[in-house]
Design a protein around this ligand. Structure first.
Ligand code: HEC
Length: 176
């Protein structure tokens, strides 16, 4: 069997054809880009657009960075912070959860302040007296008050019981 080997002249011809073809494509691409550019918008429109976008970017950035990142504590923040300190020192979180985080010997206390049949007096009774499982901490009146303020503050920050929420089709949740 004789193998057909292209000679040099033929190879050159091929290469020429291919480069010509590429040149044509390049030419038509450039003309398309140039045309669409001049058809879609003039130079001025482009500058106005870029200027507008830059201004919006700056304004939006300033707007976003001026939003408070966290809920600002209200004027009672000092006593609330004192209550939080006692919560940590007495390690209430070893047995109780807030928003589901903490120990599981006792119940979640996120909304104990506003729960029907519970509330400040009920909470005080537990803190002062303790139970068979929960120690009584022999706290001073001021400390009990601070703890109550802390629990009131936590309660006002939201609801924690997952059973009270419905899951929407898009994954967001809503209070029942
Ligand atoms: C050693 C574990 C333990 C520690 C520490 C503890 N508790 Fe408790 N607490 C319990 C248990 C358990 C109960 C549930 C009542 C029971 O079974 O005796 C409870 C009940 C309560 C209740 C009533 C909750 C409800 O919904 O009925 C409150 C309020 C409470 N504790 C507050 C506190 C505070 C405030 C602290 C910290 C100063 C604290 N507890 C520390 C174990 C603990």
């Amino acid at each position: 069997m004789i193998q057909h080997k292209p000679n040099k002249r033929q190879i050159n011809l091929y290469i020429n054809q291919i480069t010509n073809f590429m040149k044509k494509i390049k030419k038509s691409l450039i003309s398309i880009v140039l045309q669409s550019n001049s058809l879609l918008m003039g130079e001025n429109t482009k500058y106005i657009l870029i200027f507008g976008l830059s201004i919006s970017f700056v304004f939006y950035s300033v707007f976003i960075y001026r939003q408070p990142i966290a809920r600002v504590l209200t004027e009672d923040s000092e006593i609330v912070m004192a209550g939080k300190m006692i919560w940590q020192q007495k390690n209430c979180g070893a047995c109780h959860q807030i928003y589901g985080l903490g120990g599981f010997l006792g119940p979640d206390l996120t909304n104990v302040y506003s729960t029907k049949g519970k509330g400040p007096v009920y909470i005080q009774a537990f803190i002062k007296g303790g139970t068979a499982v929960m120690p009584s901490f022999n706290l001073q009146e001021q400390e009990v008050k601070a703890l109550l303020e802390y629990l009131r503050h936590i309660d006002a920050s939201g609801k924690s019981d997952p059973k009270l929420f419905n899951i929407n089709y898009d994954g967001t949740i809503e209070r029942q």
